[in-house]
Design a protein around this ligand. Structure first.
Ligand SMILES: *Cc1c(COP(=O)(O)O)cnc(C)c1O
Length: 398
């Protein structure tokens, strides 16, 4: 089992603002293997692993993550948009790529050219795919999404028979997969809802099979489903995202089993910056925009070059904390666009240039993306996805 990132990792940010993210590709690959092993224990060996790398791999960097996951044995990748699939193809990713969001006006050509498999959930999508595939002289694969209760993407399950009948007429569309998505697989209190989704999905599958569709893949499991659901009949592909990045506290059901499994995962992303200015501030002064924090003692205040444009949430104002020299230091005043201030009065020996950990481990102290998200009133995905473009990612491969 790998250990978590430490700030002793030497990252040379010379020539740049010293605010950076460390992406541990070794941890990513290790997480992938742990998830696959756990899924095999649940389901036996006969399923494919589709790594979800949409949204730039949840902010971790899709190309580098996909390469690492491909080496670790990922059979498939999933992205949200055709353009994300094109990016992976242009970077040399050879595995099949499923486009979860489908496609929009003018994007089908790129899907066919780059061999991206779209998810379809409207008949006009199938029609467009059929037309273009026919023109290019070969069949095009697609997965059909059934809405079994989430009421987001997917065709409503009461329309499945009608949809399948209509689809059967499109000779150049090869329906290779049937899928659905869970609304609450991470909530034990909603287990009955999830079971109902599974039952409806089974009905949809039978409807397709009865009409002669040869479904190569049927799939429904996100991270929570992959790790908690027993082997499902006919389900032969899983689509974990978050757990691959070591995110689990707000991803998996809050159960002892999840926790036991999660001990085997490690966070892939660390986010750090450095102290840019240190100052003594007398008791009774206010800090930052809006004067929202007033010192009640003489304080040592550190200014760090990260703000909400970098994706450091403004909702952490006067709420969250960072780690300096292995000690927690509270955020004081408002997080602003480019700058944040922290109270380091209780951290001994602080110096200009010290590493400040926003997410990650420093010494014995660890700050998870989930904990930062909880302070900010959101979920870990929004935090990692939000790490801004001006925060350079450094990839650690081992
Ligand atoms: C994002 C997504 C996943 C992965 O979800 P996680 O909770 O990150 O595992 C799986 N399937 C679909 C359709 C998705 O949109």
């Amino acid at each position: 089992m790998k250990k978590h990132l430490t700030s002793s990792t030497p990252i040379d940010t010379a020539g740049r603002r010293p605010t950076w993210a460390e992406i541990d590709l070794g941890a990513l690959a290790a997480n992938f293997r742990e998830v696959r092993a756990a899924a095999r224990r649940q389901r036996g060996p006969d399923f494919s692993m589709m790594s979800v790398v949409k949204a730039d791999a949840y902010g971790h960097g899709a190309v580098r993550c996909a390469r690492a996951l491909a080496s670790a044995g990922s059979d498939w990748f999933a992205v949200a948009l055709p353009e994300e699939g094109v990016e992976l193809r242009e970077a040399g990713i050879k595995q099949p790529i499923l486009v979860l969001g489908g496609f929009w006006e003018g994007q089908l050509g790129a899907c066919l050219k780059h061999d991206l498999v779209p998810v379809i959930y409207r008949l006009d999508m199938a029609e467009a795919l059929d037309r273009l595939a026919r023109e290019s002289g070969r069949a095009a694969s697609a997965h059909v999404e059934v809405d079994t209760g989430m009421n987001r993407l997917g065709m409503r399950d009461e329309n499945v028979a009608e949809f399948a009948d209509a689809l059967a007429k499109f000779s150049h569309v090869r329906v290779e997969g049937l899928m659905t998505h869970f609304a609450a697989a991470d909530e034990p209190a909603r287990d009955d809802f999830t079971k109902r989704q599974i039952a409806r999905f089974g009905d949809a599958r039978r409807t397709f099979v009865a009409r002669g569709f040869e479904l190569k893949y049927t799939h429904h499991s996100n991270s929570a489903g992959t790790l908690t659901l027993p082997r499902g009949a006919h389900v032969n592909l899983v689509r974990p995202g978050g757990v691959l990045y070591g995110l689990w506290r707000d991803v998996l059901p809050p159960t002892p089993e999840s926790e036991a499994f999660a001990r085997r995962l490690c966070a892939v992303l660390a986010w750090r910056t450095r102290v840019t200015l240190l100052k003594r501030v007398a008791a009774g002064e206010t800090l930052g925009y809006g004067c929202t924090f007033e010192t009640n003692r003489e304080s040592l205040i550190a200014t760090v070059p990260v703000g909400y444009h970098d994706g450091y949430p403004r909702s952490l104002s006067n709420r969250g904390h960072v780690i300096v020299r292995g000690r927690p230091a509270p955020i004081v005043g408002r997080v602003s666009m480019d700058v944040t201030i922290v109270d380091v009065t209780d951290v001994s020996g602080v110096q200009l240039g010290d590493v400040v950990t926003l997410i990650g481990r420093d010494g014995d102290e660890e700050l998870s993306a989930e904990a930062v998200a909880a302070d900010a009133g959101t979920i870990s995905y929004e935090i990692t996805c939000g790490v801004g473009a001006r925060v350079k990612r450094y990839y650690l491969s081992d």
